[in-house]
Design a protein around this ligand. Sequence first.
Ligand SMILES: C[S@@+](CC[C@H](N)C(=O)[O-])C[C@H]1O[C@@H](n2cnc3c(N)ncnc32)[C@H](O)[C@@H]1O
Length: 191
Amino acid sequence: MREFILFSNRGRTKGDWKDLMAAGRMDIVCHSVIAAFFLSNAIRSDVKLNIILNGPPDPPKHIEFVYDEDLPISKKDVGNLIRSTLWKYKPKKKIKAFPGVFIEKKTLRKLIEEKESDEIYYLDKKGEDISKIKFGENPIFVFGDHEGIPKQEKRFLKKNATAISIGPNMYFTSQCISFLNIHLDRCFSKG
Ligand SMILES: C[S@@+](CC[C@H](N)C(=O)[O-])C[C@H]1O[C@@H](n2cnc3c(N)ncnc32)[C@H](O)[C@@H]1O
């Protein structure tokens, strides 16, 4: 299982929006969901995606996507799935909003602490070159959005994770996820 964690600096934490860009760049979140789960002719079953929304009015919200054969996901409508999930939030509980989609209140730091994994990476252009890393079977990757990973979260990640770079340019978050999916497919290909 590979796991992605996206920190959305301003992603809106209530479902009262229609415009993805105006909702704290929810378009980046939607593109990341598509890059994490969609193959041309299938949905990946080996991926977990965590999104921390840190925008108004009630941050943070943690939305977790895990493979479920009834996961109601369509490339055309990821925004509405996230919006409906936000409306189902209830304080002090982890709610199953839909098959494979969960929502709760949780910070990035708490989420990472709970993982108790020794294979956590954060994506940083200045990190160690990915070609030098030998991945285990359950790596966890943390990404920023268009604003990057904020200083306070980065300070925590520096102590608890390894910085890796996928190349010399600054890429979109969803491009990093696509690249990692393909890179890991190749690392673990049995062919
Ligand atoms: C659009 S970039 C963020 C740009 C933001 N202005 C900054 O300076 O961090 C989105 C995220 O993709 C990841 N990323 C982008 N390019 C990368 C690269 N070459 N190597 C590793 N991670 C990268 C980082 O996690 C970054 O936070």
